[in-house]
Design a protein around this ligand. Structure first.
Ligand code: GLP
Length: 257
């Protein structure tokens, strides 16, 4: 794992957006895997600014988002599709036909998962997958469990995850759907490169376990240790439990150490 630690969340977001912009310059038709949550908000703001000043061109890019809630449609304020429309899709020159999303309203959710997994393969796989991390170590909506499912699947959300997502549902965890659709750990690990962003002290413990801990389905992020091109962009709080020296290949950068 390649780890970069930043003094501020702004520096971290700039570095993340730069990775995406550089990929698009090198490979205009890149396939991006995108994440939601609070963590990437500033990265998307940076990408909007990059687009506005001509430093990022999404016109040939394809996107696949990690996950979506079951039972709410794309206009619901809590849907990840709505989040992405507001934070990125409506603001840059992405071609609508190349934006891919799981449909949590599909009548056959199993078939929807199969369709999504195939669509990723048909587009040649994901070049760069952006990830956040849940405070319980979940990735996408791959929750800690006895077993992890490799491909895109239907998930029962943990109560902690529902609480963490309550803000978009009027602050009421009981209004957060019980289920979601999510790329599987296998889907995520097939991405050619992974960029995991983590900020704040709430993430420090799971970041520490993801970096040093055993591979365990109890901490889905630990499987990122098996990937050959994972970069962790952390702020100081999220990195607080990492020990010097950092794993081989890591850099202390940004305005960070
Ligand atoms: C949700 C999303 C994840 C995200 C996580 C962390 O559960 N499904 O993709 O990484 O929350 O969210 P936050 O960035 O708000 O801490």
């Amino acid at each position: 794992m390649h780890i970069r630690i930043f003094d501020t969340s702004d520096d971290l977001a700039r570095a993340a957006a730069q990775r995406v912009a550089e990929l698009l310059q090198r490979t205009p038709n890149a396939v991006l895997g995108l994440a939601t949550g609070r963590t990437p908000l500033e990265t998307y703001a940076e990408l909007r600014r990059s687009y506005a000043r001509g430093a990022a061109d999404f016109s040939h890019a394809t996107t696949f988002n990690l996950d979506e809630f079951v039972g709410i449609d794309r206009t619901h304020p809590g849907s990840f599709r709505r989040y992405m429309d507001m934070k990125l899709f409506d603001e840059v020159n992405l071609d609508l036909s190349r934006i891919h999303f799981l449909d949590g309203m599909a009548s056959d959710l199993g078939a929807e998962c199969v369709r999504y997994e195939r669509a990723i393969e048909d587009r040649g796989g994901i070049d760069l997958q952006l990830l956040g991390i849940g405070a319980n170590g979940h990735i996408g909506f791959n929750e800690p469990a006895d077993e992890l499912i490799a491909s895109t699947h239907r998930v029962m959300l943990h109560e902690t995850t529902r609480r963490d997502n309550a803000a978009q549902f009027g602050g009421d965890p009981t209004r957060v759907p019980h289920e979601a659709l999510s790329m599987g750990m296998g889907t995520i690990l097939k991405a050619r490169a992974v960029l995991l962003l983590a900020m704040g002290s709430r993430k420090a413990h799971c970041v520490e376990r993801a970096v040093y801990g055993p591979l365990t389905t109890r901490l889905p992020a630990s499987f990122l240790q098996t990937h050959r091109a994972v970069e962790l962009l952390l702020d100081r709080q999220a990195a607080a439990l990492l020990r010097e020296p950092l794993p081989t290949g890591s850099v202390s950068s940004g305005s960070g150490r």
